[in-house]
Write a protein that binds this ligand. Structure first.
Ligand code: ZN
Length: 177
């Protein structure tokens, strides 16, 4: 999945979740940031197919989340509630959408116990031997568009998130008058 659709899916998740002491500020900004955070490993990888490091495994984020909860309880730091939940949910929605839209590399759901790569549609790692910066260029982009269902699902998610953001902005603008 591309970065804009990752942010869009994080945003939609944020809209779905009800307000509680866990989803107060800065839950949403952290959730949006976390929805692209696992792709930081792309910066250090030479190929698209090889860019999934430990940042693309659930266990890494479960450990971080558990650590933050322990600190929150111990130090009574309420601010860590929205931060830890935003970080956890944002990274998990990233992994789920990467799994759904996997083209050249899947998700190792059970790492480190099992290193099987999981994906929905058959992946083609040989197509992912380009740098992450070449993802929006051909031949990679044409290959990416070949799966029309996934490609249009990504466009759709981004479109829905943008429409909701826009309607929110307009509603706020008119209700302030
Ligand atoms: Zn990713």
């Amino acid at each position: 999945m591309f970065i804009p659709s990752h942010i869009a899916s994080g945003y939609l998740l944020g809209r779905i979740l009800k307000c509680s002491s866990w989803t107060v500020y800065p839950f949403i900004p952290i959730l949006l940031f976390a929805s692209i955070l696992p792709d930081a490993d792309g910066i250090f990888s030479s190929t698209v197919a090889g860019h999934h490091s430990v940042l693309h495994t659930p266990i890494f984020w479960i450990i971080i989340f558990a650590g933050m909860i322990v600190i929150q309880k111990w130090k009574k730091m309420e601010i860590l509630k929205p931060i830890s939940l935003g970080l956890f949910l944002g990274t998990q929605i990233h992994l789920i959408t990467d799994w759904l839209t996997a083209r050249t590399v899947g998700i190792q759901w059970f790492y480190p116990f099992n290193q099987t790569d999981y994906y929905l549609y058959q992946i083609r790692p040989e197509e992912g031997q380009v740098t992450v910066w070449e993802m929006i260029q051909n031949p990679y982009f044409s290959f990416y568009m070949e799966n029309a269902v996934l490609f249009w699902a990504e466009i759709g998610v981004t479109f829905i998130a943008l429409s909701l953001t826009l309607s929110n902005i307009l509603r706020n603008k008119f209700s302030n008058k």
